[in-house]
Design a protein around this ligand. Structure first.
Ligand code: NAP
Length: 327
């Protein structure tokens, strides 16, 4: 392991706020994890975090990567992947092997170890659907464990790792059960219109990459954390009232009510492309907050402005999707 002191955090998270951490430990093997202090906060690529301020808590980043097949039959393959492996590399590698499952999740920034935490999802697919087991170091019990996917509490952009297990487990590896025969998910706009041309996982992956590159700002050049707010779900009674007032309101039914695209609410509230100082909502995609050198406080203050504008217009509470560290 390597321990870095007085670390410039702008290179360790995609919102690139110029903040400083007292210490950052780079973990090169799972066997080093027991040496970390209990308060240590674990980072992946930092694509789903907001640092509220300079960070006194010790940070650590997993630098482990690689994958291996652990089981296989005629229909499925189980692949175990190290926590520090880059997510998009994994999508390209599994699709390259002819395995199906992760193609709709192409180009999501971040690491494999971070994927179960918020159960990353896009274009009608969630990582949790394919997660067979999560390997983790249990800081409470001081041992390595394997947790079956169905016990991880996967829900919409959520899991037990994000809530009640947040400080307990360090995800060291994830085992994905992928299909050898395609069962493609083409229900979302952008894919469904091209259903006839999208006959393989590779074709779907290429299309998702093309859509994302055209719609979303690249975090390498325009610092951002992807979708900044959850898409809110409202009950049917509230939805009926909203539709009376806004007949064009887009919505998708879920088990809990109607899911309304946060991007639409933000645009209608006049906040798409709105900037204040170094922070703004992207003019390219209303759900993406972009940061040109603002601090964590600037980001959170700006987010509160957007939340207030949406609340004032629709009486809907938008929730921030990234995890806030150091509040
Ligand atoms: P969009 O077509 O503008 O739709 C906005 C939202 O409506 C989506 O976020 C999606 O919610 C929901 N939606 C659309 N079609 C749906 C359907 N057939 N069934 C149920 N819900 C539907 O979408 P977009 O903003 O371009 O995003 C497309 C996909 O990429 C979405 O799944 C979105 O989550 C994902 N995305 C991810 C990030 C990221 O950083 N992780 C950034 C942008 C977009 P859901 O988000 O619940 O799927």
């Amino acid at each position: 392991m390597q321990i870095l002191r007085h670390v410039d955090l702008s290179v360790y998270h995609t919102l690139a706020a110029p903040l400083v951490a007292d210490s950052l430990t780079l973990i090169e093997a799972d066997s080093e994890l027991p040496a970390l202090s209990r308060q240590c906060v674990i980072l992946g690529r930092g694509s789903n975090v907001i640092f509220a301020d300079n960070i006194r808590l010790p940070l650590a980043k997993l630098c482990t990567n690689g994958w291996q097949v652990v089981a296989e039959n005629a229909d499925h393959v189980s692949v175990r992947v190290k926590g520090g492996h880059e997510w998009h590399q994994l999508v390209m590698q599994t699709v390259g092997q002819g395995w199906q499952g992760l193609e709709n999740l192409a180009l999501i920034p971040g690491t494999v170890g971070a994927a179960p935490v918020q159960n990353i999802g896009a274009y009608g697919v969630e990582a949790g659907q394919f997660i067979e087991q999560v390997g983790a170091y249990d800081r409470l019990g001081g041992k390595q464990v394997q947790i079956p996917g169905e016990k991880c509490g996967f829900a919409y952009r959520n899991s037990y790792f994000k809530r009640q297990w947040r400080e307990r487990f360090i995800i060291t590896d994830v085992t994905f059960r992928l299909n050898k025969t395609p069962r493609l998910c083409l229900s979302y706009a952008g894919l469904k219109e091209k259903r006839d041309q999208l006959q393989s996982a590779r074709a779907v992956m290429d299309e998702v990459i093309a859509i994302r590159q055209s719609k979303l700002p690249d975090p390498e050049t325009t610092p951002n954390a992807g979708s900044f707010f959850h898409n809110p779900v409202v009950d049917m009674e509230k939805f009926a009232l909203l539709r009376e007032r806004y007949p064009q309101i887009p919505a998708h039914p879920t088990d809990y009510g109607m899911k309304i695209p946060a991007a639409w609410l933000i645009e209608q509230a006049g906040m798409k492309g709105f900037r204040q100082g170094k922070v703004g909502m992207s003019a390219q995609h209303a759900l993406v907050l972009t940061n040109q050198g603002g601090s964590g406080r600037d980001i959170l203050q700006f987010a509160a402005l957007v939340q207030a504008a949406v609340w004032q217009r629709f009486v809907i509470d938008l929730h921030i999707e990234p995890i806030v560290i150091g509040e």
